[in-house]
Ligand binder design. Structure first.
Ligand code: TYD
Length: 208
């Protein structure tokens, strides 16, 4: 049985660390997870990532199309083949990032973005999406301390608040797919909460 698990959240929530910890726990139990990220995961995706995070685009529509183009390639050449061969795929950000950032953040119509997702991926959705939730100020402060700010990190606080609010609303609408974790706590404690949900998923006790 293959599973598709994604991590989402505002900036500085610790997604990358938690993806790695989850992959390590899965490996320790004999699974061979595929750990990947968006934008990225393929050579084209990484090139689009570089462009979007450093140079950017003037139009929100172009930005949405580029994130989605990277995803189309990622799903077709990496995610679907991995799932077809029975692997667990752990992905750092996925379509919910487009709905949150380009939809709620930039104000693009969510119905269009969902249609674009169907076109680009054949409507592939995760089995489990972990929302690592941190207040905007904490996330951005963590981010500023750890790495140079990307173009999206530097958006106004109101942009990031809209993104976070979208995540909360999405998790409420679809509670079986989403797991909301308070990510202000210690890394290991967050990893434990995530692991319990993944164990339930693998055991068939959690259904999307
Ligand atoms: P990254 O450095 O990976 O940020 P983080 O560690 O917070 O995930 O950069 C990804 C950035 O791209 C992040 O600001 C969110 C944004 N993004 C979108 O706006 N739309 C998308 O569809 C995706 C996948 C990411």
């Amino acid at each position: 049985m293959s599973w598709f698990i994604t991590f989402e959240g505002p900036e500085g929530a610790g997604k990358t660390t938690q993806c790695q910890l989850l992959a390590a726990r899965l490996e320790a139990r004999g699974y061979q997870p595929v750990l990947t990220r968006e934008p990225g995961g393929t050579p084209l995706g990484e090139a689009i990532r570089d462009w979007l995070l450093t140079r950017g685009t003037a139009r929100a529509e172009t930005e949405a199309l580029l994130f989605t183009a990277a995803r189309a390639e990622h799903v077709a050449s990496l995610i679907r083949p991995a799932l077809a061969s029975g692997r667990i795929v752990v992905c750092d950000r996925y379509v919910d990032s487009t709905l949150a950032y380009q939809g709620a953040g930039r104000g693009l119509d969510e119905a269009w973005l969902r249609a674009l997702h169907r076109f680009a991926t054949g409507d592939l959705w995760p089995d489990l999406t972990v929302l690592l939730d941190v207040p905007i100020e904490i996330g951005l402060a963590r981010r500023a301390a750890a790495a140079p700010l990307s173009r999206l990190d530097r958006e106004a606080a109101s942009f990031h608040e809209r993104v976070r609010a979208w995540y909360h609303a999405a998790a409420q609408r679809e509670p079986t797919r989403w797991l909301v974790v308070d990510a202000t706590g210690p890394v290991e404690a967050v990893a434990d909460v995530v692991w319990r949900a993944v164990e339930a998923l693998l055991a068939g006790r959690r259904r999307a």
